[in-house]
Design a protein around this ligand. Sequence first.
Ligand SMILES: Cc1cc2nc3c(=O)[nH]c(=O)nc-3n(C[C@H](O)[C@H](O)[C@H](O)COP(=O)(O)O)c2cc1C
Length: 224
Amino acid sequence: MELEQAMQGRRSIRGYKADPVPQALLEEIITLASRAPSSMNTQPWHFHVLTGEPLEQVRRGNSERMLAGVPPQREIPDHGQYEGVHRDRQVEIAKQLFAAMGIERHDADARQDWVMRGFRQFDAPVSVVVTFDKSAGMHGTIAHFDLGAVTYGLVLAAWDRGLGAVINGQGIMQSPVVREVAQIPEDQTIMTCVALGWPDDGFAANDVRSTRRTVGETARFIGF
Ligand SMILES: Cc1cc2nc3c(=O)[nH]c(=O)nc-3n(C[C@H](O)[C@H](O)[C@H](O)COP(=O)(O)O)c2cc1C
């Protein structure tokens, strides 16, 4: 697949077939993603790949705590409430997803059900928990940049192989659960997780194409 085709075609996948994903394929994807650039080639990333019963434990623990009202416990600073244009874009994609799924604006139960799907990592057969070395994170936020690069590489490489993925902050909202189940080493910080699997073609939200600002809106050219 051409890079341009993958970049244009990729979108977040939130509905999956139950079919397992072979470990060898996941290794291939992680190998490709690991070609990402990083600050001074520090490569501070780690991938903890969960499936089966351990992933079910994470889903259960995460969902139960969120339902019980336990405040989110993440290991990186939370983004808080988005405002202004950022809030507008957040609302726009939510509207697109709800419209695709037939979720009415005032249907609180259906909306809650959708949110809970996110906490369950959209029932994907695989979750890749992405962490970074605490020691690299002590030098500011550059390690976060490195993790963003490698995580985008991961979802693109997955797409190239016919897999779908969604970067899923909701899945690690209760990070102590993830840490305990996946036995994340103490010297690593949990950044996010990526839900991954074979896309369910009948799942309407998978067809949603989010909008993008144009070059005219985002870029300035100086000295051309
Ligand atoms: C850091 C980060 C966290 C995200 N967390 C979630 C999440 O918890 N739940 C979700 O449904 N999508 C999540 N997403 C996916 C975004 O909603 C999605 O990338 C965005 O709406 C653009 O859509 P696209 O990926 O289909 O182009 C996350 C993406 C990023 C980069």
